[in-house]
Design a protein around this ligand. Structure first.
Ligand code: FMN
Length: 204
């Protein structure tokens, strides 16, 4: 390959990376088809998540994957947790039903958790940030495979009850649930306000 060709390939790759980021979309279970996502794809998502940056090499991301009968049980457990933690005045049956329906409609559910370092040397916020980086890797990989998903962070999901059920300690925390499935609709388009509005750039 000539040097010119190499730089051309490099440019194409950069465009591909940008396009992957731009096309990463939150797609909800109501928009999933019945098609099951292959376990191998979910493993690719998880294994790319594992390459997230990590201060002090604590690698604090933990994932609990549920599919088939297990995802249905998790949906029901979340509905029960919702009922337990919500005061009767605020309780809405539709919310509990949605947690069950979301599990039914998804191919896989991935609980996203942060495992606290035993020494607690690294600030907790940095551990949460590292997990968020891991989830971005996971989500981008799903996008590359044409798999939809979304990070949900409702109160029942991020509850102490779910954390305890997973066998995590009270220093750890559940940061959300990543719903996985193939979209049945056209891949949605996203939008963002200009980056120039969010940057301060100084050279003096
Ligand atoms: C930490 C985190 C938590 C989120 N929790 C929820 C949630 O509980 N419910 C929800 O509808 N979307 C949730 N989202 C997804 C956002 O709604 C979504 O990213 C946003 O609408 C932008 O859409 P896009 O991801 O397709 O670009 C969450 C996203 C992040 C990063």
């Amino acid at each position: 390959m000539t040097p010119n060709n190499e730089s051309f390939e490099g440019a194409i790759n950069k465009i591909a990376v940008r396009s992957l980021m731009e096309n990463r979309r939150s797609i909800k279970p109501a928009d999933f088809s019945d098609q099951r996502v292959q376990d191998e794809i979910v493993w690719q998502m998880l294994s790319n998540a594992n390459w997230a940056p990590t201060h002090g090499m604590t690698e604090p991301w933990r994932f609990f994957v549920y599919t088939d009968a297990a995802k249905l049980r998790l949906g029901k457990r979340l509905a029960k947790i919702y009922e337990q933690i919500t005061t009767p005045e605020l309780r809405k049956p539709a919310k509990a039903e949605k947690l069950i329906a979301n599990a039914e409609r998804s191919s896989h559910l991935i609980v996203i958790a942060m495992k606290r370092q035993a020494s607690e040397k690294i600030p907790e916020i940095e551990e949460v940030q590292a997990v968020a980086c891991a989830v971005q890797n996971l989500h981008l990989t799903a996008t590359a495979f044409g798999v939809g998903g979304y990070w949900s962070s409702g109160a029942a999901i991020c509850s102490e009850q779910l954390r305890d059920h997973l066998g995590l300690s009270n220093k750890d925390c559940v940061l959300g649930l990543f719903y996985v499935g193939y979209p049945k609709t056209e891949w949605p388009k996203g939008c963002r306000s200009p980056i120039e509005d969010k940057v301060v750039w100084r050279a003096d």
